[in-house]
Design a protein around this ligand. Structure first.
Ligand code: GLY
Length: 308
């Protein structure tokens, strides 16, 4: 349901939980999911006061865990990468406001067998076929955001880019050279690509965010401890996102999601142990991160079709 300039009409017709989304680029922060009808209406009003052609989308609430699937597309052929799960709420137990993503893991041992192929057959390939039929072939990464609901997989969103931080845990396991795959996608030759090779290991990434994120992040804080992570031999690595060098050449925070730490392990428990030992070495005043990334999956508590 799209509502343009007509605050709240949709929220009156649907049952809670209400899902009200700013239909613009909002870094994952434009959606409010709430049982409180007034809060839903308030968010809709706030979106509509943006002016211009502001649009509000009122969506169905989808139960079940979310998953992300990145598909490489060359205009005709679709090659899925490995499934990953992202944690969008800022707080542990999926509490608090939405963010761009506070952590992720891959693979998803709990996902139904053949899910990626099923999503390609039912969602990604028909989309790419239709784009080609319309004379606007899609070449790039089709990011399919899924809810694995009690009524089967549902598409929550499409993006035409890699997702952050899911990409960290997908690409660290991809043994096939990415450059060759991207070249094949760009030149219409994905159909001739060899089958992808994946590390059997499990990957977990945890985002370290600055004070205030996802509201107004504080920047310019000194950042220490990263050298110890690369030196400790655990194999954990740090990917910078919102960092910069100050005038003295010292590393400081420069954004909301400052960095992500990535680790591999033979199972989720060991990947989580390694990643959190490394996260504990990050010294950034006021920073915060979630301690429960991939915890429910490690405990075998995630099931497609059930709420997390
Ligand atoms: N992690 C969510 C996104 O990249 O949009």
């Amino acid at each position: 349901m799209h509502h343009r300039g007509a605050g709240g009409r949709g929220a009156r017709r649907v049952r809670p939980p209400h899902v009200v989304k700013d239909d613009g680029l909002a870094a994952g922060k434009g959606v409010v999911v709430t049982d409180d009808r007034e809060a839903a209406l308030e968010h809709a009003r706030a979106c509509l006061t943006r002016g211009g052609d502001a649009t509000v989308v009122v969506e169905d609430y989808l139960d079940g865990p979310e998953a992300s699937l990145f598909c490489l597309c060359d205009g005709t052929t679709v090659v899925p990468l490995a499934l990953a799960q992202d944690f969008k709420r800022v707080g542990e137990g999926d509490e608090g406001p939405n963010t761009g993503g506070m952590g992720a893991y891959s693979p998803l041992d709990w996902a139904p067998e053949g899910l990626a192929e099923d999503v390609v057959a039912r969602v990604a390939q028909p989309t790419v076929d239709e784009m080609a039929a319309r004379g606007t072939p899609f070449v790039g990464v089709l990011y399919v955001g899924l809810a694995l609901t009690s009524r089967g997989p549902k598409v929550v969103e499409f993006n035409v880019r890699f997702g952050d931080p899911e990409t960290q845990v997908v690409l660290v396991r991809l043994e096939t050279p990415l450059g060759a795959l991207l070249l094949a996608a760009a030149t219409g030759e994905l159909a001739g690509s060899p089958e992808l090779r994946w590390s059997p290991q499990h990957a977990v990434t945890v985002v370290v965010a600055s004070s205030g994120y996802p509201g107004t992040p504080r920047t310019g804080d000194p950042l220490f401890g990263l050298e110890q992570i690369s030196a400790d031999g655990s194999g954990a690595s740090v990917l910078h996102a919102g960092t910069a060098l100050d005038e003295q050449g010292a590393l400081v925070s420069a954004g909301g999601r400052v960095l992500s730490v990535v680790a591999l392990g033979d199972d989720l428990a060991s990947a989580r142990r390694t990643v959190y030992e490394a996260v504990d070495r990050v010294d950034l005043p006021g920073s915060h991160h979630r301690r429960d990334i991939a915890l429910a999956a490690e405990r075998g508590q995630v099931q497609a079709g059930d709420q997390q």
